[in-house]
Design a protein around this ligand. Structure first.
Ligand code: HEC
Length: 132
């Protein structure tokens, strides 16, 4: 009876440890990844826009502004990488600059939009090549 209790206790402790480990893995880098997922959603939304009226519409500027905000968030999400003078800080700044200037210049056509998303995507890739 006593050894059965010991075995059951051991199983229970083992299960609780496994649960804690699974949770730690699932939430690792949660803030970093969440910020990236936000960026990816805004980029996808911009890429899905197809007709001329929508390309020049207000929601496009909102998406670009959100990309600019998420670029600022990267400083908070990656404090160890976003240090003064680091390549990460430079790439992060490039992303913010690209989003802010596209929003400030305005998007008047699907061609403008394709150019802006192309520039943004290149900035994403340049940082991923080194850091992802
Ligand atoms: C300044 C560097 C930098 C820039 C710019 C950048 N990323 Fe990332 N990205 C990273 C890093 C680092 C990771 C890995 C994050 C982790 O797992 O902790 C990552 C991961 C990702 C992921 C995977 C997230 C996951 O679920 O694991 C996606 C999607 C992503 N980035 C999208 C984008 C998009 C879209 C852009 C541009 C609009 C972008 N990123 C710009 C550094 C950057």
């Amino acid at each position: 009876m006593k050894s059965l209790l010991l075995i059951l206790t051991g199983l229970l402790v083992g299960a609780l440890c496994a649960l804690a480990a699974a949770k730690a893995v699932a939430t690792r880098h949660a803030h970093e990844r969440a910020t990236m997922v936000v960026l990816a959603h805004h980029m996808d939304a911009l890429r899905r826009i197809g007709d001329e009226a929508a390309c020049a519409g207000e929601p496009v500027l909102e998406r670009l502004q959100q990309i600019g905000f998420a670029a600022q968030e990267l400083t908070f999400a990656f404090p160890d990488l976003d240090t003064p003078g680091s390549e990460f800080a430079r790439r992060r700044h490039d992303l913010q600059q690209a989003a802010d200037s596209a929003a400030a210049d305005g998007i008047g056509s699907c061609q403008d939009l394709a150019q802006a998303t192309g520039t943004l995507a290149r900035v994403c890739q340049e940082c991923h090549r080194r850091y992802q």
